[in-house]
Design a protein around this ligand. Structure first.
Ligand SMILES: Nc1ncnc2c1ncn2[C@@H]1O[C@H](COP(=O)(O)OP(=O)(O)OP(=O)(O)O)[C@@H](O)[C@H]1O
Ligand SMILES: C[C@@](O)(CCO)CC(=O)[O-]
Ligand SMILES: [Mg+2]
Length: 387
């Protein structure tokens, strides 16, 4: 029995970090996906291991089922029909199982992803043999929600082969879960994100699960309907960073300066709400689009200034800001910052030759540019064309 699931990455248009502290944020799915194929062996396969194959890196991790049973003696009561958080005891058992895999030092960041895999797998399927194969179009650890896309696609594949969801196995191509199954994927994926991020707001797994453009505050999402053509250039500075550490650093700054940081978060909340209002309001003509784009650019600049206040910008991000400003274009970091990706709004009337020049300038600094479709699909699964 085999299933393939995919889940998109995301951009945060406004409100990252502040959303962890209760402010509103705006995010949109992008058309770059993480794919997880899950295969449960038949008895005739005679395979008694759980395997995780990270195909892009050609890394395979495997655990004999007997080793899993030894590590999780209480599993009978642990296997959960509804999502639960990973206990301290299980966290320790998972850490030992991950350590035994001798992840190369240069790839040690993967340890949290492997831990999330183990937690989601054993919680949903128990100590059974299987092989999960993962590939991704998203750069890992760059602000485009690779961790959430990984957790969502993995959870979707796990649930698709469990008794928790009802699916049309004869359906060809990608199919979507029903609303209650999507909610279940989202809640489990959030538990996976907690293992990778520490204290996620839930915005990344939510937009990866449901897709579209969303406004998000304190766990609640509102779907944003818009007919505004919104084009963003995404520049990957290729400076590696870790969302968990950045989120923790903002929390520490908040403890040191609670009043000032509360004011910063409140300003971000207003920016995200104003952005949502602009994006949702109807468009009458080209002039209206230009006016809206100018307002959005100003809000992006203001949000970037506040992210600098939070201490999550980086020299590479500042270089992108300066480079795009030479072309009178506005940018802000997206995701956790500290390197990673930067968004630049490309106004509808901007000529293609200017876009080409901006990209050439950015790429001459060693950055990588892409233009992704935004506000598209959420997670989907397929029982055909699996590999
Ligand atoms: N395809 C994948 N395979 C295995 N692990 C992954 C995969 N994608 C993400 N991860 C895990 O998630 C970690 C990156 O998550 P992190 O939250 O730091 O960055 P991000 O999600 O790309 O950016 P942001 O959270 O700012 O949007 C990786 O180091 C790895 O542990
Ligand atoms: C930095 C952050 O706000 C967004 C990361 O994409 C973290 C979170 O909301 O979980
Ligand atoms: Mg992440």
């Amino acid at each position: 029995m085999e299933v393939r699931a995919r889940a998109p990455g995301k951009i945060i248009l406004a409100g990252e970090h502040a959303v962890v502290h209760g402010s509103t944020a705006m995010a949109a799915a992008i058309d770059l996906y993480t794919y997880v194929s899950l295969r449960l062996p038949t008895p005739s396969d005679n395979d008694d291991t759980l395997k995780l194959y990270l195909k892009d890196m050609d890394l395979e991790f495997s655990w004999p089922v007997a080793r899993l049973e030894e590590a999780f003696p209480e599993l009978g009561s642990l296997r959960a029909s509804s999502p639960i958080s990973c206990s301290l005891e299980i966290t320790k058992a998972i850490a030992a199982l991950v350590e035994e895999q001798d992840i190369p030092e240069a790839k040690i960041g993967l340890a949290s992803g492997v831990s999330a895999f183990l937690w989601l797998y054993i919680s949903i399927h128990g100590c059974k043999p299987a092989k999960a194969t993962v590939t991704s179009e998203l750069p890992l650890g760059s602000g485009l929600g690779s961790s959430a896309a990984f957790c969502v696609a993995l959870t979707a594949a796990l649930l698709a082969l469990s008794d928790s969801v009802k699916l049309d196995f004869g359906h060809q191509g990608w199919q979507v879960f029903g609303d209650s199954e999507l909610d279940l994927v989202n809640t489990w994926a959030f538990e996976g994100e907690k293992i990778i991020h520490g204290k996620p707001s839930g915005i990344d797994n939510t937009v990866s699960t449901y897709g579209n453009m969303i406004k998000f505050k304190s766990g609640e999402l509102t779907c944003i309907k818009t007919n505004m053509p919104l084009k963003m250039l995404i520049t990957n500075t290729k400076v590696g960073r870790n969302t968990k550490a950045l989120v923790a650093s903002v929390s520490e700054r908040t403890m040191r300066h609670p009043t000032a940081m509360t004011a910063v978060f409140s300003a971000v909340d207003s920016i995200s709400n104003e952005m949502a209002t602009i994006i949702q309001s109807p468009i009458s003509d080209d002039l209206a689009i230009t006016e809206k784009e100018e307002k959005l650019e100003e809000l992006m600049e203001m949000n970037q200034g506040l992210l600098q206040c939070m201490g999550v910008s980086h020299a590479s991000i500042e270089t992108v800001l300066r480079t795009t400003l030479k072309f009178k274009l506005s940018s802000k970091l997206t995701g956790a910052g500290g390197g990673g990706c930067v968004l630049t709004l490309l106004p509808t009337l901007l000529s293609g030759s200017v876009v080409d020049k901006v990209i050439a300038d950015l790429e001459s600094c060693g950055f990588q540019c892409l233009i992704a479709g935004i506000g598209g699909k959420g997670m989907e699964i397929s029982f055909s064309g699996t590999s």
